[in-house]
Design a protein around this ligand. Structure first.
Ligand code: TRP
Length: 329
């Protein structure tokens, strides 16, 4: 039997190239070998962004379009929006009953985020429950394989403990223990060398035009010690080099050699990089433009996805209610 994948992505804005290479490319590949559920987790977005929800629907549509244009195929996976499948909320509620406070208070990202997102008031019940909602996402589909980055490991660990605790309390074995499938991809820096992040405004988006990509690549920080073209460069401290590594795994050794040997200048090197990125993203950009003209079709895809997701999650919830002696009359 095929393994089952669940992945969730928060609709907090347009996806960037870090999301694309680190996650979306991986999802496209997983569609071939797994039973995949790809979910736009709008309730998770509300845990930190509940105050201003005006952009929520735009952001959901934007991620759906980014996914579809990148090759996520609704004939090969189920893609849908979390809030359209109420079973996530029911399972979240039931799991919250059996979640010891210590488990959620101990999550390293919890205290860190409280500190980082200071300014925003996220000392809320909902935000504390973030990992419980995530466990509910995964368990509602009995998913066994979760493609995530390093940062999500503590959350997956809680989901595993939750499965064990549920089985122990209600003497059943409904769920597989989900495992993280780490994405191998190295983090892409932003154009300024810091982490690629909306809060720094240093992202390159999947939806950027070829012109925007060229401007941003030209702005990338290179080796500060390389002042003249004849100075030998240090690719390991150069932002464009990280992108070469990500986009041309076959070629980046040559790029490094030419840089160290002062055979190519930074301006020419960046031009070449921009060509490579633009060329790689061009078909995606074109499909995106095409989908933007028919948003109703994209919404139909999400509706159909939610319908399928409800069937699976509904079956699981029936088992859960039975195990807990809850009954629909
Ligand atoms: N917390 C995940 C993130 O920020 C998003 C997410 C929500 C998720 N539910 C999930 C990821 C379930 C994997 C499985 O990236």
């Amino acid at each position: 039997m095929k393994g089952r994948v669940f992945n969730g992505m928060r609709p907090t804005g347009r996806l960037h190239l870090g999301n694309y290479l680190g996650s979306v490319v991986n999802m496209v590949a997983l569609q071939e070998d797994y039973d995949c559920y790809f979910c736009i987790v709008d309730w998770h977005a509300l845990t930190t962004g509940y105050e201003d929800t005006t952009e929520l629907q735009n952001n959901i549509l934007s991620i759906a379009i980014d996914w579809l244009s990148s090759g996520i195929d609704p004939n090969k996976c189920v893609m849908f929006t979390q809030s359209n499948v109420k079973e996530h909320a029911e399972l979240h509620l039931l799991l919250s009953m059996i979640t010891p406070l210590g488990w959620v208070e101990r999550v390293p990202t919890y205290k860190e985020q409280l500190r980082q997102l200071e300014g925003r008031n996220i000392a809320t019940y909902g935000f504390l429950g973030y990992p419980v909602l995530m466990a509910a996402d995964i368990m509602a589909y009995k998913a066994d394989t979760i493609p995530v980055g390093e940062d999500q490991i503590p959350h997956i660990e809680i989901a595993r403990e939750m499965v064990r605790r549920f089985h122990f309390l209600y003497q059943c074995s409904i769920f597989p223990e989900p495992e993280a499938k780490l994405t191998k991809f190295a983090l892409l820096p932003g154009i300024d060398g810091r982490k690629m992040s909306k809060s720094y405004g240093n992202e390159i988006h999947i939806s950027d035009t070829p012109e925007e990509i060229r401007v941003k690549v030209a702005q990338m920080i290179t080796d500060p010690e390389r002042i003249r073209k004849t100075d030998p460069g240090h690719p390991e401290v150069c932002v464009p080099y990280q992108f070469y590594k990500a986009f041309t795994p076959q070629e980046y050794n040559n790029v490094a050699r030419e840089c160290r040997g002062a055979q190519v200048g930074c301006v020419a090197c960046k031009k070449r990089l921009a060509d490579i990125i633009v060329q790689r993203m061009a078909p995606i950009y074109d499909r995106r433009q095409e989908l933007l003209r028919r948003p109703d079709d994209v919404i139909d895809v999400l509706h159909e996805g939610a319908r399928k997701a409800r069937l699976t999650a509904g079956d699981t919830l029936a088992e859960v209610r039975q195990a807990m002696n809850l009954r629909d009359f």
